[in-house]
Design a protein around this ligand. Structure first.
Ligand SMILES: Cc1cc2nc3c(=O)[nH]c(=O)nc-3n(C[C@H](O)[C@H](O)[C@H](O)COP(=O)(O)O)c2cc1C
Length: 212
């Protein structure tokens, strides 16, 4: 499998890190085209204390805990609109933007993109491939919501960065991983954990059973 992964400047760099790590661990993803926006570099520094500005595969591999010479990740410059993900003729399964800023969301929704992330997302949609967007902002204004609706209607999977709590996370890693597994479910990338809700009784039913 081959995917493009884009990281933009919304809060939640850790979602990107864990998505890439789980993709690498899946054993089925052979190539990842990675694109980082300038704002993503700033947010990663603020949130994770990492400096990815060198823009080298080695520093990305180090960040992800991959062997330093791993060739899984192919880094593309944001302004390289001639890179492989910019063309529909380059075969790949799909693309995920995690986290996705409102700026990038708006650029894709308008169809007036200006960088490789916008172009690759546009191409993914026009080729009818999987486009997963993980928007993050709070609160959402009407423009954000309309852009998400527009993109959903165009075929994108909108998976807002809103982790669930029904699996009773014990740590931030638990919380993040459970959410990242949902992203992988949508991309069709296998992972180690079942995320499917197995069903439960309603609270009223539970009370009734305990009274009996
Ligand atoms: C620490 C930090 C956190 C941010 N969080 C968000 C966010 O959650 N959502 C968002 O849309 N923008 C957020 N921004 C603003 C974006 O980074 C900014 O709009 C940027 O221009 C987006 O550019 P990009 O889409 O090219 O990454 C944040 C910025 C910083 C510095």
């Amino acid at each position: 499998m081959e995917f493009t992964v884009a990281i933009t400047g919304a809060s939640g760099s850790i979602y990107a890190q864990r998505t890439l790590q789980h993709m690498a661990a899946s054993g089925v993803v052979e190539r990842i085209n990675l694109i980082l926006s300038d704002a993503a570099l700033t947010v990663a520094r603020v949130e994770l204390g990492v400096d990815l500005t060198a823009g080298e595969r080695r520093s990305i591999n180090q960040w992800l805990g991959l062997p330093i010479d791993s060739r899984l990740i192919h880094l593309h410059r944001l302004d390289n609109i001639a890179a492989k993900p910019s063309s529909g003729s380059h075969p790949q399964q799909g693309m995920v933007i995690v986290p996705c800023s409102m700026g990038t969301l708006g650029a894709i929704a308008s169809g007036a993109g200006t960088n490789l992330i916008h172009r690759a997302a546009d191409v993914t949609l026009k080729e009818g491939r999987l486009l997963v967007l993980v928007p993050r902002e709070t609160p959402y204004n009407a423009i954000h919501l309309e852009n998400m609706l527009r993109l959903s209607r165009a075929g994108a999977h909108i998976i807002p960065a809103s982790p669930g709590f029904y699996h009773r996370p014990q740590s931030i890693d638990d919380l993040v991983d459970h959410f990242v597994f949902r992203i992988l479910d949508h991309l069709g990338v296998p992972h180690s954990q079942a995320t499917a809700w197995r069903g439960a009784e309603t609270a009223r039913d539970m009370v009734r059973v305990s009274e009996e």
